[in-house]
Design a protein around this ligand. Structure first.
Ligand code: ADP
Length: 324
């Protein structure tokens, strides 16, 4: 389980820090007191010099310690996140591998007309899950290398959304009547990296799928957003769901890589990379991604990109709906 691991590691770091604080605190306080006493009871100049030197030494140690603690805290956070990530990845690899092995063994024992199709479907689903995980890790590695994150070219702004809807339905045919796609009429052309943006949208759709229950309703919409000047400047991709929503305390963190609002590995699959990747792709386009969500009222994730190249600017404005 992830939570005890996280708790154990945090406790270990806290205890180590407490021991260090005590190890530094006592000699520092003692040395400072000696310095103060020496200054207070001085009888010769050398007492004053000794007092000042002792206090300066003690303060220097205290300051050095504070700097070291601040610097190592970041490293500790990173180490914790990486440990969690490894635990998540191991779990995510094990589940589909176990499924593949189990269904392959069933076929090996003797395929029947009834179980063959079921086993093959399950093996294919598990393979796709593994494939998605590997793709996500590779994508994250590519993005964190910071070079060539995207290659924008001018294209119809709706294209990533229509492409992703098609691919999402291939991956999840069961949501054919639960996915509502509402793309704006006469969209503008803008400069974007179609593949990257499609991956970002796929992550959002995948989350909408896995965090919503059996009665899921998923929405994918696109629209132009005007600023106060009423000139359309941004293009928005919105992915909404009727899932459990996200508690306020998690909202500020869910776009951080490795962060999972639900730390229980037995619930929805994931390794905490999807939203981090999505944010990097939106930012690489000069845009942003944000979420509107409340517990019990579903979530709506919004990728907002600036229009950088709008050949059909006037025509596009006809189909424009203002953002609420
Ligand atoms: P993963 O899904 O692999 O955990 P993500 O980076 O995609 O990683 O998401 C981070 C966290 O944000 C998730 O663990 C989940 O708790 C929360 N989250 C993301 N999308 C949704 C959603 N549509 N509904 C509820 N919670 C969500």
């Amino acid at each position: 389980m992830q939570e005890p691991l996280l708790t154990r590691l945090s406790q270990f770091y806290r205890r180590t820090q407490a021991v260090l604080v005590l190890a530094i605190l006592f000699p520092t306080v003692f040395t400072t007191v000696v310095g103060i006493v020496s200054l207070a009871l001085y009888s010769e100049v050398k007492d004053i010099i000794f007092g000042i030197l002792t206090i300066t030494f003690a303060l220097g140690i205290a300051l050095g310690f504070i700097i070291v603690v601040l610097l190592t805290r970041k490293a500790q956070e990173l180490a914790l996140k990486q440990t969690l990530f490894l635990a998540n990845v191991s779990h995510e690899l094990r589940s589909p591998l176990t499924a593949i092995k189990m269904y392959a063994q069933t076929l090996e024992r003797g395929p029947t007309p009834e179980n063959t199709q079921l086993c093959l479907t399950q093996i294919l689903q598990a393979t796709e899950r593994l494939d998605r995980l590997v793709q996500q890790i590779l994508e994250w590695k590519r993005i964190t290398n910071k070079t060539d994150v995207i290659h924008p070219v001018a294209c119809n702004a709706n294209l990533p959304a229509s492409d992703v809807a098609e691919h999402f339905l291939v991956a999840h045919p069961d949501v054919a009547d639960r996915l509502t796609v509402d793309l704006m009429a006469d969209p503008p052309d803008t400069e974007l990296d179609r593949d990257s943006l499609e991956r970002a949208l796929f992550n959002l759709l995948e989350n909408a799928y896995k965090y919503s229950g059996e009665d899921r309703q998923i929405g994918l919409t696109t629209r132009l957003v005007a600023e106060a000047t009423r000139v359309a400047r941004f293009f928005e991709y919105r992915v909404s769901d009727n899932g459990p929503g996200i508690p306020a305390e998690h909202l500020a963190h869910i776009f951080d890589v490795f962060y999972r609002a639900d730390n229980n590995l037995t619930t929805a699959a994931g390794v905490g990379l999807g939203l981090g990747i999505t944010r990097s792709i939106a930012v690489a386009h000069g845009g942003s991604v944000f979420v509107e969500s409340e517990p019990g009222r579903g979530s709506c994730f919004i990728i907002r990109l600036p229009l950088t190249h709008s050949k059909k600017g006037n025509g596009a404005a006809k189909g424009h709906k203002e953002s609420p």
